[in-house]
Design a protein around this ligand. Structure first.
Ligand SMILES: NC(=O)c1ccc[n+]([C@@H]2O[C@H](COP(=O)([O-])OP(=O)(O)OC[C@H]3O[C@@H](n4cnc5c(N)ncnc54)[C@H](OP(=O)(O)O)[C@@H]3O)[C@@H](O)[C@H]2O)c1
Length: 296
């Protein structure tokens, strides 16, 4: 029987990648845009779960404007906290499994080693706090919820770090990038491929199965934003790549404070799902190639 999936979000990095890859997985995917399901109205958005009665729900929409969230805490909490809670409750009632995404920004970044799933959380900004409340409420509302915390998501579309660095590099602008924040870049395509590959297993699993709960998902390899920028430009421009100069976070103040160490340990994901994330340079190389092929 064809797996019935309901997805929230059609325009974001992860949502678009799932839409793009879904045909290869032979699933029946219904994806709702913001106009069709506005997460700022959690109860109305959650009603789609009851109406469609899917096997699996993927919540790929979120309030992701990290700095703007500082001045819109109520809206960020509604979209990132209350909406996942309402959708998870609807999933529990409808017998659907749920995949939800969260962030390394639930941590304060004071741990120099990679974070594991049960490390203490302490978000430094409104976005991180809103995502933390969402992951907690979604897990509490339905035992068949899988939350994938991810970090530094990039893809060939939307606004993201890889595309910004390539544009600045091409314009020949002097590049100065933060070199004291550490993390693991993540390809939206890899994350989407993982979710779709696991969809049948998640949809079939019963409450209590180890596939449910909290997991960290990121490509392999820790770097800084400067290292990420340099690696991207090297992949795109080879020997002609400009040198990216390091700066400190303090030199680039932003409304929202960021964790200095957001590196996610992915051991639990690897053990539970038998999935080995590939190096971020391989994934970013594909994005660079796709952008070059499309002239973007
Ligand atoms: N991007 C990252 O670096 C990063 C890092 C860690 C975790 N994550 C998490 O990963 C997940 C996917 O992120 P992403 O990078 O794919 O996000 P994204 O590219 O910023 O896309 C956000 C999506 O959410 C939708 N959305 C925003 N507000 C909405 C609302 N009120 N109602 C319905 N839809 C709404 C947007 O639709 P519109 O086009 O209509 O605005 C868009 O489709 C999110 O849960 C995010 O918190 C992302």
């Amino acid at each position: 029987m064809t797996l019935k999936i309901l997805q929230y979000g059609t325009t974001g990095q992860v949502g678009r990648e799932i839409l793009r890859q879904a045909p290869a997985h032979a699933v029946a995917l219904t994806a709702l845009s913001r106009a069709e399901a506005d997460l700022a109205d959690p109860e109305a958005a959650a009603r789609h779960v009851r109406d469609l009665a899917p096997d699996l729900v993927i919540l790929a929409a979120a309030y992701t404007a990290v700095d703007q969230a500082e001045s819109e805490p109520g809206l960020a909490h509604e979209i990132n906290g209350e909406a996942p809670a309402a959708i998870a409750a609807a999933c529990a009632a409808a017998g659907a499994a749920l995949v939800h995404f969260s962030t390394d920004y639930v941590f304060d970044g004071r741990k120099p080693e990679p974070y594991v799933e049960d490390d203490a959380t302490n978000p430094l900004n409104v976005y991180g706090a809103s995502k933390l409340s969402g992951e907690r409420m979604a897990l509490a509302a339905s035992p068949r919820t899988t939350v994938l915390r991810t970090s530094w998501v990039v893809s060939a579309h939307g606004k993201n770090f890889v595309k910004t660095m390539l544009r600045l590099g091409r314009e020949g602008q002097p590049l100065r990038v933060v070199d004291d924040q550490f993390g693991r870049p993540t390809s939206a395509a890899d994350l989407a491929g993982f979710v779709l590959a696991q969809a049948p297993r998640l949809a079939a699993a019963k409450a209590g199965d180890p596939v449910f709960g909290l997991f960290h998902f990121a490509n392999a390899g820790e770097t800084t934003w400067r290292g990420f920028a340099q690696g991207t430009l090297d992949l795109a421009l080879g020997a002609a790549a400009p040198v990216v100069a390091p700066i400190a976070t303090a030199e680039r103040p932003a409304p929202a404070e960021r964790p200095l160490h957001g590196t996610l340990g992915t051991g639990k994901l690897e053990r539970t799902f038998g999935y080995a994330p590939r190096p971020w340079r391989d994934a970013v190389g594909e994005i660079v190639a796709e952008l070059a092929a499309t002239g973007a």
